[in-house]
Ligand binder design. Structure first.
Ligand code: ADP
Ligand code: NA
Length: 332
């Protein structure tokens, strides 16, 4: 059997959002306290699949490290590092470029979304990025991958890659990693459009709550969030076909650590004009300690760099022997 081990990563591109927090970061801190070894990564190599201003990338890497720590990842309990600090990821990714099939990558919906109509001008890195993500996970023999719903297809590709490697080389060397997609906020939607996920790359700042937003900004974004004219129903079934309303209830539930049914049992019958201030109050109470702590940590960038360098060294201790055995299995 494999040691229960968690791996997950976030790209240092733009601001962290409430979606990143509820879909990923909040779970990271929780899983750290459960019976797993936890490894969390700032995936800078993924970020450059679309062009990044170098100084902004450096800044975003530190800011994301601050975000991990401020949301509960403790660098003494988890390994916290940046991807480019551990070359074993890209070394294993090359093997996986040779294991995964073109057809698998052609089916990745995120590539289609991010490359848009102009496929030919997308970077080749954007196309093969899922193989690097498979390597991120498997170079640690990670067994569990907490992610938001949008990453499910990539974790499935990592599973397929592990299975194909094991089959091709007649081994059971790689574990088959499980996606961990749990709770009411695995897909937080845009505040402006209930059909789009909340994303740090959305051009409209009103569409998302950033973890660095102040109380006024949070309250304003929630006040202006798109809803419908109906009151809150008293049961989750009453949210069917009401994407924006459902999203706000899911956000409330996740922030309060209760189920959507529990929220509606208490708040059913309220108008959104009454519910939104309650949601804003809860969001500010949960998020303002995070933004305060991020700002405090960002005052000492050298300390953040030291934490990441120490994390990278610890990560390499786990990754190196696994990479060595993988190359040996392949005949190198
Ligand atoms: P983004 O999609 O904001 O550019 P990443 O791709 O770096 O961010 O995603 C980091 C993690 O946050 C992933 O596990 C992803 O599934 C999760 N995540 C991102 N956006 C959302 C969202 N709107 N709802 C839930 N989880 C999300
Ligand atoms: Na994503």
């Amino acid at each position: 059997g494999f040691t229960p081990r968690v791996f997950s990563g976030i790209q240092p591109s733009g601001h962290l959002t409430l979606g990143n927090y509820l879909g990923a970061l909040k779970r990271f801190g929780e899983m750290q306290e459960e019976d797993y070894e936890t490894i969390y990564c700032i995936v800078d190599l993924h970020a450059i699949t679309v062009w990044q201003e170098p100084e902004k990338l450096r800044e975003a890497t530190r800011m994301l490290a601050a975000g991990f720590i401020a949301t509960g990842v403790d660098p003494s309990k988890s390994i916290l590092f940046n991807q480019s600090g551990v070359p074993e990821h890209t070394q294993l990714a090359w093997i996986f470029n040779c294991v995964a099939r073109m057809g698998w990558l052609n089916r990745m919906t995120q590539f289609k979304d991010k490359s848009g109509k102009n496929r030919d001008s997308a970077s080749t890195g954007l196309f093969v990025y899922p193989n690097l993500m498979s390597a991120d996970i498997l170079v640690y023999h990670a067994t569990h991958v907490p992610v938001g719903e949008d990453q499910k297809q990539h974790v499935e590709l990592a599973r397929d890659t592990a299975i194909k490697f094991n089959t091709d080389y007649g081994t059971d060397f790689f574990p088959i990693p499980e996606p961990v997609i749990e709770g009411s906020a695995t897909r937080v939607m845009s505040l402006r459009d209930g059909t789009k996920k909340m994303s740090k790359s959305d051009p409209s700042d009103m569409s998302r709550i950033n973890l660095t937003d102040d109380a006024d900004a949070i309250a304003q974004k929630i006040r202006k969030a798109k809803t419908d004219p109906e009151a809150l129903p008293s049961e989750p079934g009453g949210l069917d076909g009401r994407a924006e309303a459902k999203n706000l209830v899911n956000i409330y539930a996740a922030l309060a650590d209760v189920t959507p049914a529990a929220v509606l049992a208490e708040m059913g019958g309220l108008q959104f004009s009454e519910f939104k201030p309650k949601l804003a109050e809860l969001a500010v109470a949960r998020l303002s300690p995070i933004s305060t702590e991020m700002a405090r940590l960002m005052q000492d960038p050298a300390e953040i760099d030291r934490i990441l360098a120490a994390g990278s060294a610890r990560a390499r201790e786990v990754a190196q022997p696994i990479l060595k055995r993988a190359y040996d299995i392949v005949g190198m």
